[in-house]
Design a protein around this ligand. Structure first.
Ligand SMILES: [Zn+2]
Length: 438
């Protein structure tokens, strides 16, 4: 199939009247539309003359399991600290999740992602009373809709050592099972330093040897994580995790809100990825991650949503605005930093776990492509594309989504599953779940 549009967003340029030739889920050729059509006259053609053809966006940290929390009655006083948010919302919800809840949370999250032009996610899952097989249930739901994923089960001591052991096993089994499938891959999930003992950290490091993956863990999201780490080890969170061998080029440190300059240096030296989740940090009132400083220091920073949304256009705008306000300096976080993060860095991070590149339009990469109907009313070039992305482009303009070489969304409709039926069932399951939560 040939997909063409008014513009084609390449890794190092914007090509007018560009096209992509796709075969067997892979991008086979990239170039001018006329040339590609001339060389492949019998190929099926799909032209989007008013759109930018760009790589599908990637969410570098999500929680599909939290999908049923939307609008959930609290039944308690509103939480006033991050610790209370965990205890009163998330740890009450995740304990009650059953296999069918996990499946439908996955389906609605994947639908949400695809409709907003997000074609891959790195999802961090928790269901402490339905651990075994949970990652397969979730990844199958994602794949059914057409969402590429990297999944991790969050190991934690908060529900006892047996649950921690089960979580470790779930990660190991899943990672081993999905070594050769670029649609589904696994990394080793850990909840956060504050729910992990030294013994469990040692166990996960041992269990992860030979798997060739990194860890996916929340790091210094709330100040509670820092004080707990100092109490347990005399070290701050990044230092503690480093001393246990958790950091490295494949490890994902989510949030990194409360990090010292020394910890930033450790993140850089170890090549650890930081995933920034600005919308979630604002919602939980945990503070502002020193992302501009980390970027200047050379830390690799990617962008995730923490389950707030699956819309990376929206998340990008939060990242763009938050740091200007928090530094009282409009020069902070220019638009180029946003596209470098949400398009380039997210693609590099996701591609660590896949055999072929993901999130990039180039020969040999996975064919995850979106058409965004955006007609600029000012000149647009490679140089000012980031400003058009930040100020002009939105997920409502997404008119076509392709994952793994297959069109999964077009003209407002998901083509892979029955969205209405899934929403109806999800609503019933959510109501049941809310009733089970005391
Ligand atoms: Zn998270």
């Amino acid at each position: 199939m040939i997909i063409s549009g008014r513009y084609l967003l390449l890794p190092n340029g914007l090509l007018e009247d560009g096209a992509v030739l796709i075969a067997d889920g892979i991008i086979e050729e990239v170039g001018k539309r006329d040339e590609i059509v001339r060389r492949n006259p019998s190929e099926e053609k799909r032209d989007f003359p008013k759109s930018i053809i760009m790589p599908g966006l990637i969410c570098s940290h999500s929680h599909a399991y939290g999908a049923f929390a939307r609008g959930m009655p609290l039944k308690t006083e509103p939480p006033k600290t991050f610790g209370e948010i965990l205890e009163r919302i998330w740890w009450r919800l995740d304990k009650k999740l059953k296999e069918e809840d996990i499946k439908y949370s996955g389906l609605v999250t994947a639908i949400d992602a695809i409709k907003h032009g997000t074609t891959s996610t790195l999802d961090h899952h928790a269901s402490p009373y339905s651990i075994r097989g949970s990652l397969d249930v979730l990844s199958s739901a994602f794949k059914e809709v057409g969402l590429r994923s990297n999944l991790a089960y969050e190991v934690s001591d908060r529900d006892g050592l047996d649950k921690a052991e089960e979580g470790i096993k779930e990660n190991v089994d899943f990672i081993k099972r999905h070594k050769d499938d670029d649609m589904i891959t696994g990394s080793f999930g850990l909840h956060a330093s504050l729910t992990l003992s030294d013994e469990t950290l040692q166990k996960v490091v041992e269990a992860s040897r030979e798997l060739n993956v990194g860890f996916h863990i929340h790091v210094a999201e709330g100040i509670e994580d820092v004080s707990d780490s100092i109490r347990k080890s005399g070290k701050r969170v990044v230092e503690r995790l480093w001393s246990h061998g958790i950091l490295g080029e494949r490890t994902i440190a989510v949030h990194a809100v409360h990090v010292s300059p020394l910890e930033v240096k450790i993140l850089r030296e170890t090549g650890t990825w930081v995933v920034h989740c600005p919308e979630s940090n604002m919602n939980n009132a945990v503070g502002v991650s020193p992302v501009p400083f980390m970027m200047e220091m050379g830390v690799k920073v990617a962008l995730g949503t923490d389950g707030m949304t699956m819309d990376m256009f929206r998340e990008s705008k939060f990242m763009y605005l938050l740091h200007k306000l928090s530094t009282s300096d409009p020069r902070t976080m220019p638009p180029g930093r946003i596209t470098d993060t949400v398009i380039k860095a997210n693609s590099e991070l996701m591609s660590i776990y896949t055999k072929r590149r993901v999130g990039i339009i180039q020969k040999g990469a996975c064919a995850d492509i979106i058409a965004v109907r955006y007609r600029p009313h000012t000149p647009m070039s490679w140089d000012n594309f980031p400003a058009h992305f930040v100020f002009g482009m939105e997920s409502s303009q997404v008119e076509m989504v392709m994952t793994n070489g297959k069109i999964v969304f077009e003209r407002g409709s998901i083509l892979t599953v029955n969205e209405e039926k899934i929403a109806e069932k999800a609503e019933r399951l959510a109501m049941d779940l809310w009733e089970r939560i005391s």
